[in-house]
Design a protein around this ligand. Sequence first.
Ligand SMILES: Cc1cc2nc3c(=O)[nH]c(=O)nc-3n(C[C@H](O)[C@H](O)[C@H](O)COP(=O)(O)OP(=O)(O)OC[C@H]3O[C@@H](n4cnc5c(N)ncnc54)[C@H](O)[C@@H]3O)c2cc1C
Length: 423
Amino acid sequence: MTDKKPIIVIGAGAAGLCAADALVEAGYDAVIFEASDHLGGRVRSLEGFADVPIELGAEEIHGPDNAVAAAARALGMETVHHVTMDDVLRLDGELLALDQAQADPDVRRAFDVIDSLGDYRGENWTAEEFLVRSHFPRRAWHYLDSRLGVEHGTTLDRLAMRGFATYQRGWEARETNYTLKGRYLDLFQPMIKRLEGRIRLNTPVAAIEWNDAPRVRLQNAGEHPAAAIIVTVPLTILRERLLHFSPQLPPEKVAAADSIGMDTGMKIILKFKHRFWDDGMYFLHTDGFLPQFWTAAKGKSDTAHVLTAFVGGTRAETLDNMSVDPVRFAIEELDEVFGAKIASRSFERGLIADWGADPWIRGLYSYPTPQTTEAVREALARPLAGKIFFAGEATNTLGASGTVHGAMDTGWRAAAEVRAALE
Ligand SMILES: Cc1cc2nc3c(=O)[nH]c(=O)nc-3n(C[C@H](O)[C@H](O)[C@H](O)COP(=O)(O)OP(=O)(O)OC[C@H]3O[C@@H](n4cnc5c(N)ncnc54)[C@H](O)[C@@H]3O)c2cc1C
């Protein structure tokens, strides 16, 4: 047991909630300080836009054997199963169901690239460099932009080939991807209930002191001593030095944070009066500037016609720099893909979830750059002096960084580390 000082958890996303819940469950006094005005962090469900909840952040469950899938089953939450062959690919200006498109040799080559990523032991190249060097055909390139670049929250010029091997172990769910019929955030309701009275919203932590007795300094004034501190803030907050440490973080921790990628990006969510795409479509992989859209209400509602575009990396930066209205831009892209201004004519409402602009998130999720070795993730996760502990998706060393289940696992891992240190 601890003395009277609580364990302070910074951040009320998936990792912070799991960490605090596990500690309270084990009889410890834990509190969460959350900078924003809401719980869940990058899990954020929106009501009222359509007749089903729309996810602004995490949306899919990657695989049946992880913490998120288990929580959904325990709560009896219904899921929708998505398979690759439900996708539509634009090739040479034509929209093809993927089972049709796979007859094309260049598309088959793209499938082969994806299938062999887990075994990649080659040079430490970016995915783009690898494709250029292997003379991968341009006409099918956009399928990989979508399936690899967009999926990892960035673009192929930043994503590392070697990083894929780790991801294939902890992330790639192949034909076992699901969405929830209800709100993603509801997965955390039992924890949120158990933590009632222990979570302080609108409470940004400005600094952590850890030379002697650990304590946090709040941005709005006030200092709080702690028995231990668990830091679960997004990677960008560490990378941009927005959380001050005294003494400073050791150089290997700073280098680790700087070696992992996390880019700006957004979801562009569009609601239409009519469906103008094939009924069965889930992902639409286009050859436009926005490589990926999907049917966000598929399997949930027959009346909500919603397409979400997802963009990160250099594409999201270009979009930001062009100062265009992303909603208008996405509609124009769809007009180009489907023709006859059908998207413009059917458009009803749009919104953007700009995660790069969120002051406490500042991006999408972490991904491997050529500098991101497994040792780098381990250095990011390593506790400091048995007092300061690190969780959050970017600290996942089991290949599940960038996911909700991966973030949850790090929260439980950090709670166990705190217990071991305090006992
Ligand atoms: C658009 C998008 C789509 C995604 N899609 C999927 C998906 O389909 N499937 C999937 O598994 N994952 C997906 N993810 C990734 C997933 O959402 C994250 O990996 C996971 O939610 C991260 O949880 P976390 O606890 O590590 O961090 P967060 O949820 O970011 O929590 C960290 C918290 O720290 C708070 N904070 C920051 N600074 C401070 C401070 N100084 N003081 C106090 N609090 C602070 C933040 O406000 C935040 O609430 C997606 C993410 C995004 C953005």
